[in-house]
Design a protein around this ligand. Structure first.
Ligand code: SF4
Length: 341
Protein backbone atom coordinates (compact mmCIF):
# COMPACT_ATOMS: atom_id res chain seq x y z
CA UNK A 1 0.00 0.00 0.00
CA UNK A 2 1.71 3.26 -0.99
CA UNK A 3 0.80 6.41 0.88
CA UNK A 4 1.58 10.01 0.04
CA UNK A 5 1.09 11.23 3.59
CA UNK A 6 0.54 9.45 6.88
CA UNK A 7 -3.10 8.68 7.46
CA UNK A 8 -4.36 10.09 10.74
CA UNK A 9 -7.34 8.94 12.78
CA UNK A 10 -8.95 10.48 15.83
CA UNK A 11 -9.67 7.67 18.31
CA UNK A 12 -12.49 8.40 20.74
CA UNK A 13 -11.36 7.08 24.10
CA UNK A 14 -13.95 6.31 26.74
CA UNK A 15 -11.47 5.12 29.36
CA UNK A 16 -12.61 1.50 29.06
CA UNK A 17 -10.78 -1.33 27.38
CA UNK A 18 -12.64 -1.44 24.05
CA UNK A 19 -11.74 2.02 22.84
CA UNK A 20 -8.08 1.46 23.74
CA UNK A 21 -8.05 -1.82 21.78
CA UNK A 22 -9.72 -0.17 18.79
CA UNK A 23 -7.01 2.51 18.79
CA UNK A 24 -4.33 -0.17 19.08
CA UNK A 25 -5.70 -2.03 16.05
CA UNK A 26 -5.32 1.15 14.05
CA UNK A 27 -1.79 1.78 15.29
CA UNK A 28 -0.96 -1.79 14.25
CA UNK A 29 -2.13 -0.91 10.73
CA UNK A 30 0.29 2.01 10.59
CA UNK A 31 -2.30 4.70 11.18
CA UNK A 32 -1.24 7.76 13.19
CA UNK A 33 -3.71 7.79 16.06
CA UNK A 34 -4.73 10.94 17.93
CA UNK A 35 -6.51 9.77 21.09
CA UNK A 36 -9.35 12.04 22.19
CA UNK A 37 -11.51 11.96 25.29
CA UNK A 38 -14.85 13.76 25.09
CA UNK A 39 -15.51 14.98 28.61
CA UNK A 40 -19.07 14.33 29.74
CA UNK A 41 -20.61 15.20 33.11
CA UNK A 42 -22.35 11.82 33.42
CA UNK A 43 -19.59 10.03 35.28
CA UNK A 44 -19.29 9.57 39.04
CA UNK A 45 -16.68 11.61 40.88
CA UNK A 46 -14.49 8.63 41.81
CA UNK A 47 -13.89 6.29 38.91
CA UNK A 48 -10.37 4.99 39.16
CA UNK A 49 -9.64 3.95 42.72
CA UNK A 50 -7.00 1.41 41.71
CA UNK A 51 -5.35 3.59 39.07
CA UNK A 52 -5.87 0.84 36.46
CA UNK A 53 -7.58 3.17 34.01
CA UNK A 54 -4.83 5.79 34.28
CA UNK A 55 -2.24 3.11 33.60
CA UNK A 56 -4.23 1.96 30.59
CA UNK A 57 -4.30 5.50 29.22
CA UNK A 58 -0.55 5.77 29.75
CA UNK A 59 -0.07 2.61 27.68
CA UNK A 60 -2.17 4.08 24.89
CA UNK A 61 -0.19 7.33 24.98
CA UNK A 62 3.03 5.33 24.69
CA UNK A 63 1.69 3.41 21.69
CA UNK A 64 0.30 6.52 19.99
CA UNK A 65 3.29 8.69 20.86
CA UNK A 66 1.02 11.60 21.76
CA UNK A 67 -0.91 12.50 24.92
CA UNK A 68 -4.62 11.98 25.23
CA UNK A 69 -6.43 15.17 24.22
CA UNK A 70 -9.71 16.25 25.80
CA UNK A 71 -12.67 18.29 24.64
CA UNK A 72 -15.30 19.39 27.11
CA UNK A 73 -18.88 18.65 26.04
CA UNK A 74 -20.42 19.09 29.51
CA UNK A 75 -22.67 22.01 28.64
CA UNK A 76 -24.10 20.34 25.55
CA UNK A 77 -24.39 17.01 27.37
CA UNK A 78 -26.52 18.48 30.16
CA UNK A 79 -28.61 20.45 27.66
CA UNK A 80 -29.44 17.38 25.60
CA UNK A 81 -31.04 15.75 28.64
CA UNK A 82 -33.91 18.21 28.35
CA UNK A 83 -35.28 16.63 25.23
CA UNK A 84 -33.10 14.02 23.52
CA UNK A 85 -34.21 13.46 19.96
CA UNK A 86 -33.89 9.68 20.19
CA UNK A 87 -35.27 9.38 23.70
CA UNK A 88 -34.01 7.73 26.87
CA UNK A 89 -32.92 4.16 27.58
CA UNK A 90 -34.19 2.23 30.57
CA UNK A 91 -33.23 5.12 32.87
CA UNK A 92 -32.33 8.73 32.07
CA UNK A 93 -29.62 7.69 29.60
CA UNK A 94 -30.05 9.27 26.15
CA UNK A 95 -27.39 6.98 24.70
CA UNK A 96 -27.94 7.54 21.02
CA UNK A 97 -28.00 11.33 21.34
CA UNK A 98 -24.98 11.12 23.60
CA UNK A 99 -23.06 9.01 21.07
CA UNK A 100 -23.98 11.47 18.33
CA UNK A 101 -22.65 14.32 20.47
CA UNK A 102 -19.37 12.47 21.02
CA UNK A 103 -19.03 11.71 17.32
CA UNK A 104 -19.69 15.35 16.43
CA UNK A 105 -16.94 16.39 18.86
CA UNK A 106 -14.68 13.78 17.28
CA UNK A 107 -15.52 15.12 13.83
CA UNK A 108 -14.71 18.70 14.86
CA UNK A 109 -11.40 17.56 16.31
CA UNK A 110 -10.68 15.56 13.18
CA UNK A 111 -11.10 18.63 11.00
CA UNK A 112 -9.01 20.83 13.28
CA UNK A 113 -6.22 18.25 13.47
CA UNK A 114 -6.23 17.55 9.73
CA UNK A 115 -7.05 13.91 10.46
CA UNK A 116 -8.77 11.59 7.98
CA UNK A 117 -11.33 9.64 9.97
CA UNK A 118 -12.67 8.79 13.43
CA UNK A 119 -12.33 5.50 15.29
CA UNK A 120 -14.49 4.25 18.15
CA UNK A 121 -14.43 1.18 20.39
CA UNK A 122 -18.08 0.38 19.79
CA UNK A 123 -19.04 -3.25 19.38
CA UNK A 124 -22.15 -4.13 17.43
CA UNK A 125 -24.92 -5.27 19.78
CA UNK A 126 -22.91 -4.75 22.95
CA UNK A 127 -25.24 -2.15 24.42
CA UNK A 128 -28.95 -2.07 23.88
CA UNK A 129 -29.75 1.43 22.78
CA UNK A 130 -26.77 2.91 21.00
CA UNK A 131 -24.96 -0.05 19.46
CA UNK A 132 -27.70 -1.69 17.45
CA UNK A 133 -27.01 -1.74 13.72
CA UNK A 134 -29.68 0.85 13.03
CA UNK A 135 -28.42 3.11 15.84
CA UNK A 136 -24.89 3.00 14.45
CA UNK A 137 -26.25 4.03 11.05
CA UNK A 138 -28.20 6.93 12.58
CA UNK A 139 -25.16 8.04 14.58
CA UNK A 140 -22.98 7.97 11.45
CA UNK A 141 -25.47 10.05 9.54
CA UNK A 142 -26.01 12.59 12.31
CA UNK A 143 -22.31 12.92 13.08
CA UNK A 144 -21.85 14.94 9.88
CA UNK A 145 -19.07 12.58 8.69
CA UNK A 146 -20.93 9.55 7.34
CA UNK A 147 -18.57 6.88 6.08
CA UNK A 148 -15.67 8.29 8.08
CA UNK A 149 -16.42 6.50 11.35
CA UNK A 150 -14.63 3.18 11.70
CA UNK A 151 -15.35 0.65 14.45
CA UNK A 152 -12.39 -1.71 14.26
CA UNK A 153 -13.74 -4.23 16.79
CA UNK A 154 -16.79 -4.94 14.62
CA UNK A 155 -15.53 -3.57 11.31
CA UNK A 156 -15.77 -6.79 9.31
CA UNK A 157 -19.48 -7.19 10.04
CA UNK A 158 -20.34 -3.54 9.40
CA UNK A 159 -20.65 -1.77 6.04
CA UNK A 160 -17.39 -0.83 4.41
CA UNK A 161 -16.22 2.65 5.37
CA UNK A 162 -14.31 5.25 3.37
CA UNK A 163 -10.99 4.43 5.12
CA UNK A 164 -11.37 0.83 3.90
CA UNK A 165 -12.51 1.81 0.40
CA UNK A 166 -9.57 4.19 0.10
CA UNK A 167 -7.13 1.49 1.17
CA UNK A 168 -6.05 3.43 4.28
CA UNK A 169 -7.16 0.50 6.44
CA UNK A 170 -7.18 -3.23 5.61
CA UNK A 171 -10.66 -4.59 6.22
CA UNK A 172 -9.29 -8.12 6.62
CA UNK A 173 -7.40 -7.02 9.73
CA UNK A 174 -10.50 -5.60 11.42
CA UNK A 175 -12.40 -7.78 13.91
CA UNK A 176 -15.92 -9.14 13.72
CA UNK A 177 -16.98 -8.92 17.36
CA UNK A 178 -20.62 -8.57 18.34
CA UNK A 179 -22.70 -8.96 21.46
CA UNK A 180 -21.97 -8.61 25.13
CA UNK A 181 -19.29 -11.25 25.67
CA UNK A 182 -15.93 -9.74 26.63
CA UNK A 183 -13.79 -12.83 26.14
CA UNK A 184 -12.37 -11.74 22.77
CA UNK A 185 -11.48 -8.30 24.13
CA UNK A 186 -9.73 -9.83 27.13
CA UNK A 187 -7.74 -12.16 24.88
CA UNK A 188 -6.79 -9.28 22.62
CA UNK A 189 -5.81 -7.17 25.65
CA UNK A 190 -3.54 -9.92 26.85
CA UNK A 191 -1.96 -10.27 23.44
CA UNK A 192 -0.94 -6.59 23.50
CA UNK A 193 0.38 -6.80 27.04
CA UNK A 194 -2.59 -5.49 29.03
CA UNK A 195 -2.84 -7.86 31.95
CA UNK A 196 -4.66 -5.76 34.54
CA UNK A 197 -8.39 -6.36 34.58
CA UNK A 198 -10.19 -3.25 33.37
CA UNK A 199 -13.91 -3.17 32.78
CA UNK A 200 -15.71 -1.70 29.83
CA UNK A 201 -16.07 2.08 30.28
CA UNK A 202 -19.36 1.72 32.18
CA UNK A 203 -20.12 3.78 35.23
CA UNK A 204 -22.47 6.24 33.55
CA UNK A 205 -24.64 7.81 36.23
CA UNK A 206 -27.58 8.13 33.86
CA UNK A 207 -27.99 4.35 33.77
CA UNK A 208 -28.34 4.27 37.57
CA UNK A 209 -31.97 4.26 38.76
CA UNK A 210 -31.22 6.28 41.91
CA UNK A 211 -29.33 8.97 40.05
CA UNK A 212 -32.04 8.99 37.38
CA UNK A 213 -34.64 9.56 40.12
CA UNK A 214 -32.64 12.56 41.34
CA UNK A 215 -32.36 13.88 37.82
CA UNK A 216 -36.10 13.59 37.22
CA UNK A 217 -36.70 15.43 40.47
CA UNK A 218 -34.31 18.20 39.42
CA UNK A 219 -35.97 18.58 36.01
CA UNK A 220 -39.40 18.61 37.57
CA UNK A 221 -38.79 21.03 40.47
CA UNK A 222 -35.77 23.21 39.72
CA UNK A 223 -35.01 23.02 36.03
CA UNK A 224 -31.93 21.50 34.48
CA UNK A 225 -28.71 23.45 34.74
CA UNK A 226 -25.08 22.49 35.17
CA UNK A 227 -24.59 23.33 38.87
CA UNK A 228 -27.78 21.57 39.90
CA UNK A 229 -26.71 18.55 37.85
CA UNK A 230 -23.30 18.40 39.54
CA UNK A 231 -24.94 18.46 42.96
CA UNK A 232 -26.82 15.25 42.13
CA UNK A 233 -23.55 13.34 42.21
CA UNK A 234 -23.04 13.29 45.95
CA UNK A 235 -24.85 13.32 49.28
CA UNK A 236 -28.23 12.01 50.35
CA UNK A 237 -31.06 13.89 48.67
CA UNK A 238 -34.45 14.76 50.17
CA UNK A 239 -37.39 16.60 48.62
CA UNK A 240 -38.95 18.55 51.50
CA UNK A 241 -41.53 20.47 49.46
CA UNK A 242 -42.25 21.41 45.86
CA UNK A 243 -39.66 24.18 46.15
CA UNK A 244 -37.24 22.91 48.75
CA UNK A 245 -34.53 20.27 48.66
CA UNK A 246 -32.07 19.12 51.32
CA UNK A 247 -28.76 17.37 50.65
CA UNK A 248 -26.89 15.71 53.52
CA UNK A 249 -23.18 14.90 53.17
CA UNK A 250 -22.02 11.30 53.63
CA UNK A 251 -18.40 11.97 54.54
CA UNK A 252 -15.97 14.78 55.10
CA UNK A 253 -15.23 15.22 51.44
CA UNK A 254 -18.91 15.57 50.61
CA UNK A 255 -19.41 17.98 53.52
CA UNK A 256 -16.72 20.19 52.02
CA UNK A 257 -18.24 19.93 48.57
CA UNK A 258 -21.67 20.93 49.88
CA UNK A 259 -20.12 24.01 51.50
CA UNK A 260 -18.40 24.90 48.25
CA UNK A 261 -21.63 24.50 46.27
CA UNK A 262 -23.68 26.75 48.57
CA UNK A 263 -24.84 29.82 46.67
CA UNK A 264 -26.73 32.95 47.70
CA UNK A 265 -29.99 32.07 49.44
CA UNK A 266 -28.96 28.46 50.14
CA UNK A 267 -28.96 27.35 53.78
CA UNK A 268 -26.10 25.41 55.36
CA UNK A 269 -26.74 23.27 58.45
CA UNK A 270 -24.05 22.10 60.90
CA UNK A 271 -24.15 20.05 64.07
CA UNK A 272 -22.88 21.58 67.29
CA UNK A 273 -21.17 19.67 70.12
CA UNK A 274 -21.33 16.37 68.24
CA UNK A 275 -19.73 15.34 65.01
CA UNK A 276 -22.18 14.97 62.17
CA UNK A 277 -22.76 15.75 58.53
CA UNK A 278 -23.15 19.12 56.85
CA UNK A 279 -26.42 19.68 54.96
CA UNK A 280 -27.22 22.08 52.16
CA UNK A 281 -30.81 23.19 51.67
CA UNK A 282 -31.94 24.97 48.55
CA UNK A 283 -35.25 26.61 47.68
CA UNK A 284 -37.92 28.33 49.76
CA UNK A 285 -38.00 28.00 53.54
CA UNK A 286 -40.27 28.58 56.47
CA UNK A 287 -39.86 27.71 60.13
CA UNK A 288 -41.39 24.25 59.60
CA UNK A 289 -38.98 23.34 56.80
CA UNK A 290 -36.00 24.54 58.81
CA UNK A 291 -37.13 22.32 61.70
CA UNK A 292 -37.66 19.39 59.33
CA UNK A 293 -34.17 19.86 57.87
CA UNK A 294 -32.72 19.90 61.38
CA UNK A 295 -34.52 16.67 62.30
CA UNK A 296 -33.22 14.88 59.19
CA UNK A 297 -29.69 16.04 59.94
CA UNK A 298 -30.09 14.97 63.59
CA UNK A 299 -31.05 11.47 62.42
CA UNK A 300 -27.54 10.97 61.01
CA UNK A 301 -25.95 11.99 64.33
CA UNK A 302 -27.54 8.93 65.99
CA UNK A 303 -28.11 10.59 69.40
CA UNK A 304 -29.07 8.46 72.42
CA UNK A 305 -32.76 7.50 72.51
CA UNK A 306 -34.95 10.43 73.52
CA UNK A 307 -32.13 12.96 72.99
CA UNK A 308 -31.74 15.63 70.35
CA UNK A 309 -28.85 17.47 68.70
CA UNK A 310 -27.96 21.16 68.64
CA UNK A 311 -27.94 22.29 65.03
CA UNK A 312 -26.99 25.64 63.56
CA UNK A 313 -28.16 27.02 60.28
CA UNK A 314 -27.17 30.05 58.30
CA UNK A 315 -28.51 31.53 55.08
CA UNK A 316 -25.73 32.12 52.51
CA UNK A 317 -23.97 34.34 52.26
CA UNK A 318 -23.50 36.11 55.55
CA UNK A 319 -26.89 35.43 57.17
CA UNK A 320 -27.11 35.31 60.96
CA UNK A 321 -26.49 31.96 62.60
CA UNK A 322 -29.47 30.38 64.35
CA UNK A 323 -29.11 27.46 66.72
CA UNK A 324 -31.92 25.06 67.51
CA UNK A 325 -32.33 21.81 69.40
CA UNK A 326 -33.60 19.11 67.02
CA UNK A 327 -34.96 15.66 67.76
CA UNK A 328 -34.04 13.13 65.05
CA UNK A 329 -36.63 12.18 62.45
CA UNK A 330 -37.66 8.56 62.61
CA UNK A 331 -36.43 6.40 59.75
CA UNK A 332 -39.79 5.92 58.11
CA UNK A 333 -40.44 9.66 57.98
CA UNK A 334 -36.97 10.27 56.62
CA UNK A 335 -37.39 7.69 53.86
CA UNK A 336 -40.63 9.33 52.79
CA UNK A 337 -38.66 12.44 51.82
CA UNK A 338 -35.79 10.65 50.08
CA UNK A 339 -35.34 11.32 46.35
CA UNK A 340 -34.40 8.47 44.02
CA UNK A 341 -35.22 5.53 46.27
S1 SF4 B 1 -24.17 5.15 28.92
FE1 SF4 B 1 -24.08 7.34 29.46
S2 SF4 B 1 -22.10 8.05 28.61
FE2 SF4 B 1 -22.59 6.08 27.61
S3 SF4 B 1 -23.67 6.64 25.73
FE3 SF4 B 1 -25.25 6.28 27.31
S4 SF4 B 1 -25.65 8.32 28.17
FE4 SF4 B 1 -23.69 8.45 27.06
Amino acid sequence: MSRKKPIKAVALISGGLDSILAARLMIDQGITVLPLKVLLPYLPRERDRTGAKSRLISRLEEWAGVPLAGVDASGEAVALLKSPEYGFGSNMNPCLDCRILMLKKGAEFMRRAGADFVVTGEVLGQRGMSQRRQSLEIADRESGIPGLILRPLSGRILPETIPEKQGWVERAKLLSLSGRSRQAQLRLAESVGIKEPVNAAGGCLLTDPIFSGRLRDLCCHEGLERRGFELLKFGRHFRLSEKTKLIVGRDEEENGLLESFAGPGDVLFYTIDVSGPVALARGEFDVGLIALSGSLLAYYCRPAPGCGVKISHRVQAGGAETISYCLPADEKALEAFRIGK
